[in-house]
Design a protein around this ligand. Structure first.
Ligand SMILES: [Zn+2]
Length: 206
């Protein structure tokens, strides 16, 4: 049977085209709060501001989960979890595509990641943790720990983009992504080629 386009997961190149077109993938000279310099920056919410684009990205990611028998067999009694505000549109899109029952998102409050008050032990379905981008993996790691403390099993994890320097699995599951991006970081201005060329720098917040 001929493949019907709608069932395909877009290639990493196609995803990158979407991210470039929407301004989510940016090229230039960026300085992170850590002081590291790079030639690229992902501002993922710019792709999620367009409903159609958001839907394409979330549906594509959802397919990576649906093909897992362990996940498919537990639907719809599954919770989609976002580690931060950036992952919330991803979580809602993936929830729609999988018809999962619950959504939760964590927030950083006074430097500590947590769910809202009154989210209780035993209420959270088996979890799929999704984010827009995984740069270091810290947000995912902290969120998985929160879920363990609440007694909720993690059955899936993924993001639209994962830096290849970030972990490719949690304790329990592999981290799925639509794009694996090999970002080159320069530790300081001294070894940054854009600094040497005098390219104006932009400071990014995450
Ligand atoms: Zn630089």
């Amino acid at each position: 049977m001929a493949a019907t386009g709608v069932q395909l997961i877009p290639s990493p190149e196609e995803i990158m085209q979407i991210l470039k077109r929407t301004g989510a993938f940016r090229e230039g000279h960026f300085v992170y709060p850590t002081g590291k310099h790079t030639a690229h920056y992902f501002q993922m919410p710019l792709a999620f501001r367009y409903y159609d684009t958001a839907r394409v990205l979330a549906v594509a990611l959802s397919r990576k989960f649906r093909i897992e028998r362990d996940i498919a067999s537990q639907l719809p009694k599954v919770a989609i979890i976002s580690p931060s505000s950036g992952g919330i549109p991803v979580a809602f899109g993936v929830r729609d595509a999988l018809n999962a029952e619950q959504i939760y998102w964590a927030e950083r409050d006074g430097g500590k990641r947590s769910f809202r008050q009154y989210v209780n032990q035993g209420e959270i379905n088996p979890c799929i943790v999704v984010d827009d981008i995984i740069r270091s993996g810290n947000a995912i790691e902290e969120t998985v720990e929160l879920l363990h403390n609440l007694g909720a099993p993690v059955i899936g994890c993924g993001a639209i983009v994962r830096f290849s320097s970030a972990p490719d699995s949690t304790e329990e599951v592999p981290v799925k992504s639509l794009v694996e991006y090999d970002e080159k970081f320069y530790q300081s201005s001294a070894d940054c080629p854009m600094c040497k060329q005098g390219v104006p720098e932009e400071h990014v917040r995450f």
